[in-house]
Design a protein around this ligand. Structure first.
Ligand code: GAP
Length: 486
């Protein structure tokens, strides 16, 4: 792979060609920053979601899961601060009329400097890029819009469409989508598509705590769709307008937030490493400009093909959300701590990871182009080296030929395995071609049924990563696969 931009392009094409991810409503030329998951993409997505859900709810003490509605009472978003604060500083290019998020515009310029695009040599602009990003962070933290505009002008940052630097002033722009609830005949009211799943957890805090008889510290987890009218939506499924989050709010005693914040930073980093990704592909990024609800916050960043970028946020949200919901709803949202004999509004540590970004992370790790040429023959393959537990298909069952009783044996194996994990049956084409197709969708195990199987009930198992093959008993196939996917 020549460079990382090409790698992202190669992943995008591969995802489309092999049924992972398609542009939404493609027959109408697509919808910007909205994507559909195909037959293998939806399996991969489900497997990642299940892995997160299991590690959060089943394997952690005192965390339960819920599934709240996307539509919520409109006052929710007033109380949460999203109506007033969920906005980003934007700037318009007066010539192209194109609107940019200020931080994205400056970051893209810094990325170019770092990559040595233009007349510079690669790496020569690294220090300058670092300084620009530091200045930007400081100006954003101070809400200094004039300063941000000045920075853009000083650096002569240009619009990619018009190629000019004829910029408007910097203004705030709310990212929530709104729609109408009720028919026009009735009194329709404006509601929002949720921009985060977290608020569904906060408004259910007491329902869950009381019905589950939960004692602090405890957590509530949820996965689901969120919607943001991102202005600069780019980089495939990295920044979408409709995406999925996997969030957990951990309710704690006030005053203990620092230690729980550290605990969740460490726990979440361990989760990422459990996916088999090397530690040097991750780093923490502490927020300088804190969101309106946080007293400490950081991102876990992963080294995507386009550089280190946020995949998960960990936020110490104080009692901001519950306190405001109590105020706006006029319903008491306090917890009685029997050990302290005290009522209080709990503090919250949040872990919030984007499912789509995690998919892009897993794809970036898994995607490999391998040269398999020998002295006599040119050969190559594209393989997705997913961890077996995340692979969309775990086992391919391939009769060597479509006759002489081999398909029947293959189908018996299929019946023995399909209730336990996802299998794929195929009898068309040469075995070599079938192996390549399974490599391309990341199937970790292929089993070939041949004439010898009829004599001794053995099959050839072929391992995706090493391409090694061995002869094993057909009766041990299910166990071998099961061991690898737990
Ligand atoms: N409840 C807190 C919250 O929503 P966030 O940092 O805005 O915090 C959390 O979002 C995670 O959601 C991010 O780390 C990212 O993985 C994902 N995310 C946010 N906006 C996204 C978008 N437009 N497209 C895809 N994923 C997004």
């Amino acid at each position: 792979m020549a460079n990382d931009t090409l790698k992202l392009q190669a992943i995008i094409s591969h995802c489309k060609e092999y049924g992972f991810i398609f542009p939404s409503s493609e027959i109408y030329d697509g919808l910007s920053a909205v994507y559909d998951y195909g037959q293998y993409g939806s399996e991969l997505k489900k497997n990642i979601r299940d892995y997160w859900w299991k590690s959060m709810t089943q394997l952690t003490d005192n965390i339960v899961g819920i599934d709240a509605a996307i539509f919520m009472h409109p006052t929710t978003w007033k109380a949460s601060g999203h109506v007033d604060n969920f906005s980003d500083p934007m700037i318009d290019n007066k010539d192209s009329q194109k609107r940019y998020r200020v931080d994205h515009l400056i970051e893209a310029y810094a990325d170019e400097l770092e990559a040595g695009i233009g007349e510079r040599e690669a790496g020569s602009g690294k220090q300058e890029a670092k300084e620009i990003l530091e200045t930007m962070d400081r100006l954003l933290a101070q809400n200094d819009f004039e300063g941000l505009k000045k920075l853009i002008e000083e650096k002569n940052i240009k619009c990619t469409i018009s190629g000019t630097s004829n910029w408007s002033d910097v203004r705030q722009f709310n990212l929530m989508f709104s729609t109408q609830l009720g028919s026009l005949a009735e009194e329709a009211s404006e509601i929002y598509l949720r921009p985060e799943t977290a608020q569904g957890i906060f408004v259910n805090f007491l329902n869950v705590q009381k019905t589950g008889r939960l004692k602090i510290p405890f957590g509530i987890a949820q996965t689901g769709k969120a919607f943001r009218n991102e202005i600069v939506a780019r980089q495939f499924i990295f920044r979408m307008r409709e995406f999925e989050q996997m969030e957990m709010q951990f309710f704690i005693r006030p005053g203990t937030q620092k230690e729980w914040y550290e605990h969740w930073k460490e726990t979440r980093m361990k989760w990422h490493l459990s996916l088999g990704i090397s530690p040097d592909k991750f780093r923490f990024h502490d927020h300088v400009k804190l969101a309106h609800y946080a007293d400490a916050a950081c991102d876990i960043e992963y080294l995507f093909p386009m550089g280190f970028k946020e995949v998960e946020g960990i936020h110490s949200r104080t009692d901001f959300d519950l306190k405001n919901h109590q105020e706006y709803s006029k319903k008491k949202l306090t917890y009685f701590d029997t050990e302290l004999n005290q009522h209080y509004i709990p503090y919250v540590i949040e872990t919030s990871i984007g499912l789509d970004r995690t998919i892009l992370m897993i794809l970036s790790e898994a995607y490999q182009e391998e040269d398999l040429s020998t002295a006599d023959k040119k050969d190559s393959r594209v393989v997705l080296k997913f961890p077996p537990m995340l692979a969309p298909v775990k086992l391919a069952i391939l009769p060597l030929v479509k006759k002489d009783g081999l398909p029947e044996i293959a189908k018996e194996l299929m019946s023995a395995c399909r209730s336990q994990f996802r299998c794929f049956y195929e009898e068309k084409d040469t075995i070599g071609k079938r192996y390549r197709r399974m490599d391309a969708i990341g199937t970790p195990f292929c089993v070939t049924i041949d004439y010898q199987t009829k004599d001794d009930r053995t099959v050839t198992i072929r391992y995706r990563d090493s391409m090694q093959q061995e002869r094993i008993s057909i009766d041990s196939v299910r166990e071998i696969v099961e061991k690898q996917i737990l």
